[in-house]
Design a binder for this molecule. Structure first.
Ligand code: HEM
Length: 454
């Protein structure tokens, strides 16, 4: 509490031994914040235009006029909308040398030429404005950090003021991240308006790949059969087709998680340095690898669930019954047994590691790992996962690629297309693991730079 005391030039007459904080605004956010502050041992006074008819405030808090409330405390939380900031200009003398915490947000980005906190600073030039708490909802404030987001971002021009707010946030149980000076306020105000920014590209990709493979396989399987044999097998859309589309998309997306890393390594080798920036598209791609991987895992889950129901499907039971007698008459084929057992086994191993990758990408788990452990799992085990899943698909295909009957309307089966990206990634990775290449890459990553001949 040292810093709060230090800044507190107008310590209240009401405030005897505990700390008094002031809140302007008795809306949802103001009330939730007041309640948390009271629960954490602070005294709270609300500043209101109509102190006698401002509606309910948390028990234990007092309500005064803006002027009286501002004079009573050294830290004032501004929990009102920016459109109503105007009156603060008249209060500027009372707010001189006070810490003003701007918790406001806007309805959309770039609504105003300057951030709300910068506007507040302009209205009250001699106050210390700190932008904070705006990424927390009233719900999060009321229930405390155990039930929601723990992070409070703040920024401001005065180090002392930021320290005072940090102290309060820490006492409320939040962890604080300082984002610098007040010029970062706009970035902080844009945070709550973001809608899954890192998920956008992976979601679009997943949607695009799913749509493409759905129509590709629909044409090859259902429409082809109808056109050439006049047979309606459209019921296969529900399970058989889905159980092709999902694993295909999953495999391609898993490979796309590892492709940017390989491309980045090629860039570094080619440039002979790690100090030059990657192109923007590669940066953006690398940033959303986790989201790509989690979506790929979701598709793999669907594939496994669809595979589990194969034996109970009416169509499959019917086919099995029809072919059992014919099979009994045939000698047991060890090659087929090897092939099917191997591809199942590869699928299961791949899926097991896939789940491990997904679990270790969760912040609560990854925070408990050292950087070496995390990179071992995400990189080495990640490539092993890709290898198992790719091998599973190669074994599934077996000698299908040799039989012309599988190239309906001259198009290759879906699984062959799904193998393109993973095969390229695995081959490039193998090349990067060659001792001479690996040695150069390790040196570059340790800071060595190739000097160009003058
Ligand atoms: C195909 C089983 C995990 C990728 C298949 C098929 C089965 C199967 C039975 C043939 C489906 C059909 O007849 O249409 C399993 C089992 C797994 C597993 C039991 C683990 C428990 C995975 C994983 C991937 C994957 C993790 C990687 C993303 C594929 C692909 C195909 C396939 C690409 C070919 C789809 C097609 O074009 O027909 N798998 N799988 N599988 N699986 Fe898996």
């Amino acid at each position: 509490m040292k810093k709060t005391q230090h800044l507190n030039l107008h310590q209240s007459k009401l405030n005897t031994h505990e700390f008094l904080l002031c809140i302007f605004g008795t809306g949802d956010l103001g009330r939730s914040l007041g309640q948390r502050l009271l629960q954490s041992g602070y005294k709270v006074v609300y500043g209101s235009r109509r102190p006698h008819s401002c509606g309910p405030v948390p028990q234990g808090a007092q309500v005064m006029s803006h002027t009286a409330a501002a004079q009573s405390a050294s830290v004032v939380f501004i929990c009102i909308q920016r459109e109503h900031y105007g009156f603060l200009e008249q209060l500027a003398p009372q707010l001189k040398r006070k810490v003003l915490v701007d918790v406001s947000n806007n309805l959309r980005k770039n609504l105003y030429p300057e951030a709300n906190a910068e506007y507040l600073q302009r209205l009250t030039p001699e106050a210390y404005v700190v932008k904070a708490f705006n990424t927390l909802s009233a719900w999060a404030l009321q229930n405390g950090p155990s039930d929601s987001n723990r992070q409070v971002y703040l920024c401001g021009n005065s180090t002392e003021a930021k320290e005072a707010v940090t102290e309060i946030a820490t006492r409320l149980g939040f962890s604080v991240q300082d984002r610098g000076s007040l010029s970062a306020a706009r970035e902080l105000e844009d945070f709550p308006l973001q809608l899954f920014p890192l998920w956008r590209l992976p979601l679009r990709l997943a949607f695009g790949l799913t749509a493409f493979f759905f129509f590709y396989l629909l044409t090859r399987d259902v429409i082809y059969t109808y056109a050439t044999q006049k047979k309606d097998i459209s019921f296969r859309i529900m399970v058989s087709l889905a159980n092709k589309v999902f694993p295909i998309v999953s495999l391609i997306m898993l490979a796309l998680c590892y492709l940017p890393g390989v491309i980045a390594a090629v860039f570094q080798l080619y440039r002979g340095t790690k100090y030059r920036r990657f192109p923007d598209w590669l940066d953006r791609w690398m940033l959303c690898r986790k989201q790509l991987g989690l979506l790929a895992l979701a598709f793999a889950f669907l594939h496994v669930l669809y595979t589990l129901i194969i034996p109970i499907r009416y169509y499959v039971r019917y086919k099995i019954a029809a072919s059992t007698i014919a099979k009994v008459k045939q000698p047991h084929n060890t090659t087929i047994a090897w092939r099917s057992d191997s591809y199942y086994s590869m699928g299961i191993l791949g899926f097991g590691l896939y789940v491990l990758l997904g679990i270790t990408s969760l912040p609560s788990v990854s925070n408990a790992l050292s950087w070496r452990e995390f990179s071992f799992i995400q990189s080495k085990l990640g490539y092993l996962t890709l290898f198992f899943c790719t091998f599973h698909t190669y074994l599934y295909g077996w000698d299908m690629f040799l039989r012309s009957s599988y190239y309906k309307w001259y198009t290759p089966p879906g699984y062959m297309l799904s193998l393109l990206v993973p095969s390229v990634v695995l081959v490039l990775k193998l090349l990067l693991l060659l001792p001479c290449v690996d040695r150069s890459l390790t040196r570059i990553r340790q800071g060595w730079e190739r000097t160009e001949p003058q």
